[in-house]
Design a protein around this ligand. Sequence first.
Ligand code: ZN
Length: 390
Amino acid sequence: MTVDKRICPTCHQSSSHFLDWLYSGLNASVFNYTAQFCHCPSCGLIYVDNIDDEQLAHFYADECSYSEKAHFDITSPANIAKYTCYRDVMTNYGLANVQVTDVGCGRGGFLLWLNANGWQADGHGVDVDIKSMPNSEIQQKDDGYVVQFQQGGALSLPYAEDSQQLLTYFHVFEHIRDIDAVLNEAHRVLESGGHILIEVPDAEHYSKQPVGSAFWIGIREHIYHFSAQALIAALNRHGFNVISVRRDMLPTPEFDYPSLMVLAKKGGVNTDLDCESGDDIATFVVSSQQALLKQAEQITLLVQHHSALTFWGCSAELFSLLPLLGDLDFALCDASVPKQQSRYKGRPIQDPSQIKPEGILVVAPYLHSDVIEQTALSLGWPQQLIYRLT
Ligand SMILES: [Zn+2]
């Protein structure tokens, strides 16, 4: 018998493989694979073991469409409310008006908002996703403080040793496999006593946002599902003193999400921090998969009595469902023109208005299902033949 022995990437205790999740994607997606989910009983971390940062870099360079999504609109009131929360965490811990370096800055919304709202220090933004980053390298306002953007990743920051005061990583850590390398790099560029503020989705409270049964685990580029203990353990191993662990529901333009924010300081290790844990993440992953399997089973049964099966909406949740359908025959459609130029395992992605309304229609995306259903009804799909993934 072979014993499954792996090392937890955050706390370095033993972890083990506990579940396979079949992902898929358009064209030659890096996510056409079976993800091996691993679990660490010591810190509660869940992670995908069999993908590396080189493969993930291909996703961000070639497949990722964050730059087009309204979700990341930097003028949206929901995102501004979120920036306000980030700023309040910083000021509450004595970090008002320190120079901020936002790693994975995306469209630069947080830094530009700080700069426009009286923050008395410069801002630096780096991201690997150059499609998202602001075109102009420098934005300046009357008081002389500037925001600079440059291409760069968390694994190789374009800064000298001991040069940074505060590094922020909002929704970055769940995307990068080599956590040790990220934290080594943060430690290198931070000055002594400098701070690191990390935010990730709060996996121990995924159940507080019941968007759909496979929503959280269906996000294929989230290869880490952190417990608070996992993040604390990783920070402590790298010489960071954890000052605060904060849990909130935070807004986005589309939905509220459970947020886990950890603030730490370079130097010393605090082992006294009191931190409540939440739900068991492994149990959540298993129940997500069971719900998806049940829906695959229901669709398979429905189709036995109908002439055709069509899926509407090339969503992350669909890409976790389709591999569970075996060799079932189906058509795919999506209103997005770029998606209509793609293929899914050889199948065309059709224009929904060109599909004859016959057989079963499965509305796949959780977040846009109302709009899709209304459009489908107007195109002649009968209500009783529309099945929504939940
Ligand atoms: Zn662990």
